[in-house]
Design a protein around this ligand. Structure first.
Ligand code: KIV
Ligand code: ZN
Length: 515
């Protein structure tokens, strides 16, 4: 048993920035704000909301999060050039003293030589100038040495010392390429603690990628060596194999408090809602056996385990499902429920809709309650997500009729509104979904490629709402994800496809290469 007073580790969530760099995870401004509100409920310490200079959309998202989220600090990423930093502050200034400029430059030989084509002296100068420029706006400045793990240790220590002297209050030591292992990462952090004279004037942050599946273990090792902030994402999404998973890190710290003398401020029963919301927004489904938030994380299959669980839950459960916010579906509303009860329940679930979106959602709810006797919280989440998407719509689904069966060639007749005009087409296909997508493609005259198609039921029962997510691309554009839900999965598929087409049509691809 450890009797040391636990040290609080700050949780810096980068789901909306590094997480968004996952292929297909791009989110629009409303979606980012919705997630930011959930991160606020989770009580993370910092929300990195985007990379303001990367695109107009990123800029607006950071600005909107800075304007609307109270509690956590709001960070925006920028390279160490002045143009990037000035643009980041333009968006972050709305968070006032809670706005954090997060500036970075790569420090490893390989990045300096091939990517930046700069000498170490030039990199050092750029880092220091960047931090000073950021300090001219705010005292809340984080500096990251990109690819720190592959950086010469002496040079790393020199840069860290210099940026702290220049005014950085947080210094991040990222494992950008997911290369390190716990023992090595511990030693890097320890080396900086022992060799940088002003190291105690800043918080050491760590940011681990998961290329070798070690990001959570590495983050824990870093904290043991003295790091005070961990950068992570919901469901571990992020560039390539992703980032350190927020829920795994937080629950490891909480569950093993006996040997890890640390704590976080995270409200852990908001972890499952956060994971689900991210899946709904991005269409990226977590694997069934994913720790903490996977569908099987608290399922016990073997008879011997079930027997143990019935006798005493702690035989096979090291944390309770309730502690991570896993609840069985609660029946909330039925077809006789009125608008007032509907609105109140939505508010309890954290959905604040304007009058127009509320009216649309209520109409959807009534139609659903007619089809389904029982309407669950998850159904309401799906309705709200569908109705409050707030994306521009060039294409709209008007009607769809499908015939199919084991003796029939599947046929779909789709009527759509395109730029205000009603148009209709029928197509044959290899099954009803294929026929539907072909009819939509014909009507929209778009040469898109379907990269991924997923269908899932939101609650149990054959009358459950089906939720479809699709990922599409066109030529070499950044792929987008579309979603649709309905008790009819063919209609849900059509809606998801059309949603993706609208997103592709209005998307502004990032101006910068991905980091
Ligand atoms: O992985 C990385 O190095 C980053 C930095 C920009 C913090 O995402
Ligand atoms: Zn990263």
């Amino acid at each position: 048993m450890n009797n040391t007073e636990p040290r609080t580790i700050k949780i810096f969530d980068t789901t909306l920035r590094d997480g968004e760099q996952s292929p297909g995870a791009s989110m629009n401004i409303e979606e980012k704000l919705r997630l930011a509100k959930q991160l606020q409920k989770l009580n993370v310490d910092v929300i990195e909301a985007g990379f303001p200079i990367a695109s107009e959309g990123d800029f607006e998202a950071v600005k909107k999060v800075a304007q609307n989220i109270k509690g956590p600090e709001i960070a925006g990423l920028c390279r160490s050039g002045f143009k990037d930093i000035d643009r980041a502050w333009e968006a972050l200034k709305y968070a006032e003293e809670k706005g954090r400029i997060h500036t970075f430059i790569a420090t490893s030989d390989i990045h300096m030589k091939y990517k930046l084509q700069m000498t170490p002296a030039q990199v050092l100068e750029s880092a220091v100038k960047g931090v000073k420029r950021a300090r001219s706006y705010t005292a809340n400045v984080e500096f990251s040495c990109e690819d720190a793990v592959r950086t010469d240790l002496k040079f790393l220590a020199e840069v860290v010392g210099a940026v702290i002297d220049a005014g950085a209050s947080v210094v991040n030591i990222p494992d950008t390429v997911g290369y390190t292992i716990p023992f090595e990462y511990f030693n890097i952090i320890k080396y900086l603690k022992d060799n940088v004279k002003n190291i105690d004037d800043a918080i050491i942050s760590v940011h681990c990628h998961n290329d070798l599946g070690l990001s959570v273990a590495n983050s824990i090792a870093a904290v043991q060596a003295g790091a005070g902030q961990v950068e992570c994402t919901i469901n571990g999404i992020g560039e390539r194999a992703g980032n350190c998973s927020l829920e795994e890190f937080v629950m490891a710290i909480r569950t093993r408090g006996d040997i890890l003398p640390f704590k976080t401020n995270v409200v852990t029963d908001q972890l499952t809602p956060a994971s689900r919301l991210l899946t709904q927004v991005t269409g990226i489904v977590v694997q069934q056996n994913k720790a903490i938030v996977g569908a099987n994380a608290f399922a016990h299959e073997a008879g011997i385990h079930q027997h143990g669980m019935l006798m005493e839950k702690s035989t096979y459960e090291i944390m309770t499902p309730e502690s991570v916010g896993l609840k069985s579906s609660a029946l909330v509303l039925g077809k006789h429920s009125g608008r007032h009860a509907f609105k109140k329940r939505l508010e309890e679930l954290g959905h604040e809709l304007d009058d127009e979106a509320l009216n649309k959602a209520f109409t959807r709810f009534k139609a659903l309650a007619d089809l389904k006797k029982e309407v669950f919280d998850e159904d309401l989440d799906a309705i709200v997500l569908d109705e409050a998407k707030n994306i521009e719509e060039k294409y709209k689904l008007s009607h769809i009729t499908v015939t199919c069966g084991s003796f029939a060639v599947a046929t779909a007749t789709v009527q759509m509104e395109i730029d205000g005009m009603q148009v209709r087409a029928a197509e044959l296909g290899d099954g009803p979904v294929d026929a539907t997508m072909k009819a939509i493609k014909k009507l929209t005259k778009r040469d898109v490629k379907l990269l991924q198609y997923n269908v899932g039921a939101i609650t149990g029962g054959t009358d459950a709402i089906g939720e479809v997510t699709v990922r599409i691309t066109e030529e070499d554009r950044t792929p987008v994800v579309g979603r649709g839900s309905s008790t009819d999965i063919i209609e849900a598929s059509a809606k998801a496809y059309i949603d993706a087409l609208n997103r592709l049509y209005f998307a502004t691809d990032r101006d910068l290469e991905t980091l």
